[in-house]
Design a protein around this ligand. Sequence first.
Ligand code: ZN
Length: 226
Amino acid sequence: MRIGDRRVRGQQAVSLAAFPDEAGGSCSTSISIITSASSERDRCRCRSTVPTPISHAAVGFAIAAWTQQRLPTGRVCIVAAACAALPDIDAIGWPLHVSAASLFGHRGITHSLTFALVTAAVATIVFFRGNQWTQGRARIALTLGLALVSHACLDALSTYSVGVEFFAPFSQQRFRFPWTPLGPGSGGVLGQLAQEAVVILLPAVLVGWLGIKVRRRSVPSRAAAA
Ligand SMILES: [Zn+2]
């Protein structure tokens, strides 16, 4: 479904806020476009931060472990983990009754590529401003950007919410991937957490741990070669 102008997009957004649902068509980029609506239960799913921040942070850590040239410092790992969890800061809009279809609604602007770009630049300037970071600053910015983008991509793997606004503020179209392994199952909250642990948390911790291990091993060999 192509939405041509801002006025029509706004109408669609209102509709989504009132009756969010995962149903929708698909576009040529094989990403599902969320277009329509159904039940009260689905409306509640708009207020979910699954995957949880700890899983997002674990993915940020794994990205830091593998994207730095050498063993990543604790600061890089911590800031990358924080960046990966940061987009869900939009949850503060829930008690303020911010519309789910608003630019500032859940999985809106804070989950966009624009937010990732700007936040990565700001975080790099704020946390890595010293001379000791000069050489690796560009790579750190890339790491933080990837950590931020990973959040939106993981959210797009879930059936919670009305989708992710990847291209906000330029488009309010919401997306999710065709494969959505994360969603309300029959096991209640514990079942959902177990599902998230299997799909995201444990693999991320394992990949991050392997990254650190590999980088640690390469330190002595580099020193010997020097
Ligand atoms: Zn999120």
